[in-house]
Design a protein around this ligand. Structure first.
Ligand code: BTN
Length: 253
């Protein structure tokens, strides 16, 4: 496997195997900015304890992409959470760069990427804020099913290979890194609005009935919009709900 060629703002830490690139990135981030600057990118070929959102396991055999980026943005913790939408946009655009034509790629709220209606990639954003100011660090983890995908997921999954895409995890990482840099620059210059709009253009389900699985309930309603913080707005029979965490499903017709 060749080493990725990345823009010079990234500092690559390349590992054969690790528990979780998010955990490793957090350990490195805690060493401080001099040791682990903004742009440190932990990439592993395999994870033994990969984690997904909401405490789920992330299946991590060799062949897929597992990486986590340490960021030190000079913005509030609330604003830093917008980075997960930037990552979703960058992943979507990366799939446009490395993928084959004639396939459907969509962003699914909050930050999954679907390929031909199945989940091909997920994003896990974690942050630590010790004082009252900006976060000390943000860790943005990406998992992309390149070679294989798990069979036992609540939302059906797929991989590049299953869809006959030949791109490797290195191709995908390189494309992601370039797109992430340009989307981050746009966000720093113009704020969240262009990110929100571009995410919506690339998303699935807006204007349609969706189900949202929350911790203790399932809501059904029309996905009307994203608000100015990235929360999903759902029009239900009982009125509008603003959702900040949950899993979206599409009811079968
Ligand atoms: C999700 O959709 O639930 C998010 C999945 C995030 C998985 C990636 S793989 C690299 C990084 N390390 C982890 O343990 N998780 C993230």
């Amino acid at each position: 496997m060749r080493e990725p060629k990345l823009p010079s703002v990234y500092h690559l830490v390349s590992l054969d195997c690790v528990d979780s690139t998010n955990e490793e990135a957090k350990r490195l981030a805690a060493l401080g900015e001099d040791e682990t600057p903004d742009g440190t990118l932990v990439w592993a070929k395999e994870q033994t304890a990969g984690r997904g959102r909401r405490g789920r396991k992330w299946s991590s055999p060799p062949g897929n992409l597992y990486c986590s980026l340490v960021l030190r943005p000079e913005v509030s913790a609330g604003k830093a959470s917008e980075l997960s939408f930037i990552a979703a946009l960058a992943l979507f655009d990366a799939l446009g760069t490395v993928g084959e034509p004639g396939h459907q790629v969509f962003c699914k709220w909050p930050n999954d990427i679907l390929l031909n209606e199945r989940k091909v990639a997920g994003i896990l954003l974690e942050a630590e804020t010790s004082g009252s100011g900006n976060p000390d660090w943000v860790v943005l983890g990406l998992g992309v099913n390149v070679a294989v995908f798990p069979a036992d997921t609540e939302f059906e999954a797929t991989s590049f290979r299953a869809e006959n895409w030949g791109a490797t995890e290195v191709d995908c990482l390189e494309a992601f890194a370039r797109h992430f840099l340009s989307w981050t620059n746009k966000w720093l210059e113009e704020g969240f609005e262009p990110v929100r709009k571009n995410w919506l253009w690339r998303s699935i389900g807006q204007g349609k009935e969706i189900e949202v699985h929350l911790e203790n309930e399932t809501l059904t309603g029309i996905f009307t919009d994203l608000d100015e913080t990235g929360a999903l707005l759902l029009k239900t029979d009982e009125g509008e709900r603003k959702i900040t965490a949950g899993d979206v499903f599409f009811p079968k017709a």
